[in-house]
Design a protein around this ligand. Structure first.
Ligand code: GLN
Length: 490
């Protein structure tokens, strides 16, 4: 039998419901696994051991009573360290928030608690979610569990590695331009970004507010869907939250993809794909076709401007959002003795890392007088065109299926001196963010170096249930998602 920490969420939920296992046992198995492997992988900024044990004991009581049991009751879940957690340090992997202990919970945190999930810890990320490799993390060092010489992907690197290394059964990350899907793809797990507005951003530390969106990581589509069911829904505390019912998202029974129309996007395939990625994605498309889907080509002509547009919009919004870290209200304070102005400058200089400073400068420039129309406004117009491209494509197909990234995980240090190259890791993921669409990455193979390859599925706004159905059907027919890295430590 698989070790408890290796179970999928739905397998564990079934065993918990039948009382074959307890949440305390499951949580202990995860904590043991973290102890044995986190030195190598570095998923966690903080393991909330005592809290997890207490929540597991509570969950066992709830399971015994049979009252208000959900699929997540008793399931250990890790949170990206930008979800505010009452009484638990929340750093965004930034020195500027190194000592920040919030006094309330984010809506996502609160909803997970209400569902009875066990919070096992806070996982690592690129500072303020800016990055594609988890190498911009100022407080932690996360490596790819398939090979520690390679990056985990970012910015939700710890969310991906914790699931890939079977340290917990699910995690939550955020995706502004690919930060859930890219690390999911690099680490060989499922990561899913819902429709913009599906999950409340209240209590989520902001990077680029018009794009930030929280979503689940798990090994299986059914597990990820169960997490999303728990955290999604309208929230009056977030003005961009969508006021729509969340339908059941977990696919049940055997799924028939007969008649499903899937689209491939030739423009996006011309960016120079690794040969291994191309053949793995072709293989996955063949599987979907065997399962009954019909493939056709759709066009997203504006996708060539996606990365440029994204960096204008996100840097502008980040420069505004990050204005609040000034040493007065939150976190670290440096240079107080020199007076207010000096303190602002010294705090921000010492507190922010290089990439964060780069984005603040880019954004301040883009928003400055005389440049707003040329940059930000224009970028917002391109966004509208991009959404129209997708609307048109979705008149022809139910889902778009493309690679998650042109390549697989790269070697640690190989792109840190070349920001543009780093930014280009997200060419395939950014379009869905700009259009606000649900999208997931699921494992579909390995390259010749043994690193995982991700398949991206994008659906219409609010069509998360359809997305999970396609992903689950693919997983029912294949076993890429069952492959786990062998870690040295045991
Ligand atoms: N890699 C992209 C960036 O650095 C995306 C980050 C994200 O989705 N949070 O901005």
């Amino acid at each position: 039998m698989a070790a408890l920490n290796e179970l999928s969420i739905e397998e564990a939920a079934a065993k918990l419901a039948s009382r074959e296992i307890s949440s305390v046992e499951l949580t202990d198995a995860c904590l043991d696994r973290i102890d044995a492997t986190d030195g190598e992988v570095g998923s966690f900024l903080e393991v909330t051991r005592d809290l997890a044990k207490a929540q597991a004991a509570e969950a066992d009581k709830r399971l015994a009573s049979g009252n208000e049991v959900t699929t997540l009751t008793g399931i250990p879940i890790g949170l990206k360290d930008l979800f505010i957690t009452n009484g638990v340090r929340t750093t965004c992997s930034s020195k500027i928030l190194e000592n920040f202990v919030p006094r309330f919970d984010a809506t996502v945190t609160a909803k997970l608690k209400r569902a009875g999930a066990v919070m096992i810890g806070k996982v690592n990320m690129d500072e303020f979610a800016m990055g594609s490799s988890c190498e911009n993390a100022a407080l932690g060092n996360t490596r790819n569990p398939w090979n520690p010489a390679y990056v985990a992907g970012g910015s939700s690197g710890g969310s991906a590695t914790a699931v890939a290394a079977r340290q917990c059964l699910g995690t939550i990350g955020t995706d502004t331009g690919g930060s859930i899907r890219l690390p999911a793809s690099y680490c060989g797990v499922l990561g899913m970004k819902p429709t913009y507005g599906r999950v409340s951003r209240y209590g989520m530390i902001a990077f680029a507010s018009s794009l930030d969106q929280a979503g689940p990581f798990a090994t299986t589509a059914r597990g990820a869907a169960a997490i999303l069911e728990a955290i999604a829904g309208h929230d009056a505390l977030d003005s961009t939250s969508i006021d729509a019912e969340v339908p059941p998202l977990v696919p049940s029974g055997s799924i028939d993809l007969g008649g499903l129309k899937i689209g491939v996007v030739p423009e996006l395939l011309s960016v120079g794909l690794d040969a291994d990625v191309e053949s793995a994605v072709d293989g996955a498309l063949a599987t979907l076709t065997e399962l009954g889907a019909n493939k056709s080509e759709v066009s997203l002509p504006t996708s060539e401007y996606a990365v440029a547009t994204y960096y204008i919009v996100t840097s502008a919004e980040a420069s505004s959002n990050l204005g609040r870290y000034d040493g007065v209200r939150y976190g670290v304070r440096v240079g107080e003795e020199g007076g207010l102005r000096e303190m602002y400058g010294k705090t921000r200089d010492a507190g922010f890392g290089t990439e964060v400073k780069r984005r603040i400068m880019l954004g301040s420039y883009a928003l400055s007088a005389g440049y707003y129309d040329a940059y930000y406004l224009k970028a917002m117009k391109v966004r509208t065109l991009m959404r129209r491209d997708f609307d048109k494509a979705f008149e022809q197909v139910d889902a778009i299926v493309i690679p998650t990234s042109p390549g697989t995980a790269f070697e640690v240090g190989s792109r840190t001196d070349d920001p543009l190259k780093m930014y280009l890791s997200d060419v395939m993921t950014i379009p869905a963010n700009l259009a606000g669409l649900p999208a997931a990455s699921i494992p579909c193979g390995f390259d010749s170096a043994g690193m995982p390859i991700g398949l991206q599925i994008i659906t219409k706004p609010l069509a998360e249930a359809k997305l999970f159905e396609i992903a689950a059907a693919y997983q029912d027919a294949t076993d890429w998602h069952r492959k786990a890295p062998e870690l040295k430590a045991a």
